[in-house]
Design a protein around this ligand. Structure first.
Ligand code: SF4
Length: 265
């Protein structure tokens, strides 16, 4: 059963919840429960764009598996493995907690993200925050990143080659976080991640698994798409509920296992 707060956030997502509302929730309280506006701190000084020399051919990065967060982020900041390096004012590595049980992956940062230094910073980011609230998470409870760490030309989808060039960075992020579940946002993210050409209708609604990624994946719509197609928010909520059930099931199994270990000691 959903909490009043989750109902309020669903309303903020634009989804009507057909359950009897508690008379105890006053209009004032409901207003307080509405989605917090994402207020990332703008960059106060414009950082000079580093001189970038694009390598003639993408080189496979040296193994990243020994790198910690700081080392990995430095590698990304210096990376010129694909042509997107020419387009960026800075790389957008990711944001959130490094011990998140839920990891969110989109396709690519945009200009707004470059301005604020975080993925999903603008209007689509506000909707993503509302979606997370509806699941019972604060934005800082999860880890959010993209397939590629540099913005694309004219906000185009990242190409297969660009995603491949950036893949090792994402894989290392996943391995460092060890999330219980990944939420893949949008068809391009899902198709590139799963190396599949299947449609959203085939990819949604069930756990998916990607080579080299040691966590189940739930596919749902991109917040930017949901802003353009609000009628699909109901389906997105269905996906989020699958994710919530899976996370709850993983937690329950973990608790049972811990209890059983205690009793055998
Ligand atoms: Fe490097 Fe990834 Fe940026 Fe391409 S998108 S230049 S692989 S960090």
């Amino acid at each position: 059963m959903m909490s009043e707060q989750q109902n309020a956030y669903l309303k903020a997502m634009g989804i009507d919840v057909w359950v009897e509302r508690s008379p105890a929730v006053s209009a004032e309280t409901e207003q307080q429960l509405k989605i917090e506006q994402v207020q990332p701190v703008p960059v106060t000084e414009s950082e000079p764009a580093p001189a970038i020399e694009i390598l003639p051919e993408a080189e496979i990065p040296e193994t990243l598996e020994s790198l910690n967060w700081q080392g990995l982020q430095t590698k990304v900041t210096e990376c010129t493995l694909c042509g997107l390096a020419k387009n960026r004012s800075r790389t957008i590595f990711g944001a959130g907690t490094h011990t998140a049980s839920l990891m969110i992956i989109g396709n690519a940062p945009n200009e707004e993200d470059e301005k604020y230094g975080e993925p999903f910073s603008a209007e689509a980011g506000k909707l993503l925050t509302a979606m997370l609230h509806a699941m019972g998470y604060q934005r800082n409870d999860v880890y959010i990143t993209n397939l590629v760490k540099c913005s694309t030309f004219d906000n185009q989808d990242p190409s297969v080659d660009e995603v491949a060039a950036c893949e090792a960075f994402l894989t290392r992020q996943v391995n460092l976080i060890k999330p219980d579940l990944i939420l893949a946002l949008g068809s391009i993210t899902a198709q590139r991640l799963l190396k599949s050409k299947s449609t959203m209708s085939r990819l949604r609604g069930q756990l998916q698994y990607a080579d080299g990624i040691n966590a189940p994946i739930i596919v749902t719509y991109e917040p930017a798409y949901l802003l353009r197609s609000p009628n699909e928010k109901r389906k997105a909520w269905d996906d989020l509920q699958i994710a919530m059930r899976e996370l709850s099931s993983i937690n329950s199994k973990r608790e049972v296992s811990a209890l059983s270990n205690e009793t055998t000691l």
